[in-house]
Design a protein around this ligand. Structure first.
Ligand SMILES: [Zn+2]
Length: 335
């Protein structure tokens, strides 16, 4: 069978075919490389919302991130600077600044919505004051909060009680705090005797309490006892006179929210005797920390802390002469 002449490529048409193939290849290569260059997308530079949930029995616990503050490790006492530096180096922190989270915890008991602490608002700089944003991102509204339980009356825990206009941020909530803290931070006599550099602490506590005192919603509890069904206060004095933890219990499960028992997880779990400058009674703070570490490790109790890395929920394990922090792992809600 003979091939039609027109289908047999001649030399010139062979060259033309090769040239167009080459051109197509070059175009494809150019397109490919320009696609590669064009793959660059704008950086998002946003973080996930600062909330995280776990269940404790039938109670839904939402950890809320207020933000962070860089704390100077030189404020830690009862260990040499060298020892502190080497403990920070174990978690790859150069120091002297330590990134320190400020957390709060929202508990939906099914009957009531209870917030433990309220963050620093905007009074400690721009890296804090995100609690309300994160509470809303978590699906709640400040007006839904029935009760706010305060671990102690330091500004990074109570400033968030008040809006920038000086109004209650939680319009429908009763606020509960320990008598011993009220007697200290809200007392003009105690404030008058305190040194000048401590005055802002007193003012922040008084500014946070005032709008609620005016409407009769500032409540005081005497000592250990149930505040809301399923939530008990546990005296943990030292950091402040009325510093309180809260034990949350539902259907046989428990969570101990321990406030400011720990300011530096890298240092104080292995060295519980290390205190921070802001501890009002340092000796008592050490005794409380040691007792609470021993109890939580022994009972394998789930704990949460306001200055532990967010969400600040986990367990305490005995280790050598001290303890170690074991954070929970990210996961879906499991009942
Ligand atoms: Zn604090």
């Amino acid at each position: 069978m003979s091939v039609p002449v027109c289908l047999v490529p001649g030399r010139s048409s062979q060259r033309a075919g090769l040239a167009s193939l080459l051109a197509a290849l070059i175009t494809a290569l150019l397109l490919f490389s320009s696609n590669l260059a064009g793959a660059a997308s704008a950086l998002q530079k946003t973080q996930v919302p600062g909330y995280y949930r776990v269940m404790v029995g039938a109670f839904e616990i939402t950890a809320l991130y207020d933000g962070y503050i860089d704390v100077d490790s030189k404020l830690l006492k009862n260990a040499s600077e060298q020892e502190i530096r080497s403990l920070l180096a174990r978690i790859f922190v150069k120091g002297p600044q330590m990134q320190t989270a400020v957390n709060a915890y929202l508990i939906n008991t099914g009957q009531q919505l209870v917030l433990i602490d309220t963050g620093a608002a905007k009074k400690f700089g721009p890296s804090l004051g995100y609690l309300i944003d994160n509470l809303k991102a978590a699906g709640y509204d400040p007006a839904q909060v029935d009760a706010v339980l305060i671990t102690h009356l330091h500004g990074d825990h109570v400033n968030g009680l008040v809006t920038p206009e000086g109004k209650p941020a939680f319009a429908n909530a009763e606020i509960w705090s320990a008598k011993a803290d009220n007697d200290f931070w809200l007392s003009s006599e105690v404030a008058a005797k305190a040194p000048q550099d401590a005055q802002p602490f007193f003012k922040m506590a008084q500014d946070a309490a005032a709008p609620y005192q005016q409407i009769g919603k500032w409540k005081v509890f005497a000592a250990d006892g149930e505040i809301v069904p399923g939530i008990r206060s546990v005296a943990a004095p030292g950091h402040t006179p009325g510093h309180s933890a809260y034990l949350v219990a539902s259907n046989g499960q428990q969570l101990l929210i321990w406030g400011d028992l720990v300011h530096s997880h890298s240092v104080q779990f292995s060295r519980p005797e290390v205190v921070i400058e802001f501890d009002v009674n340092k000796k008592q703070a050490v005794a409380t920390r040691k007792a609470m570490f021993a109890r939580t490790a022994k009972e394998k109790l789930l704990v949460a802390g306001m200055h532990l890395p967010f969400p600040g929920i986990g367990h305490v394990r005995s280790e050598r002469k001290g303890y170690a922090w074991v954070p929970i792992e990210f996961g879906p809600i499991r009942e």
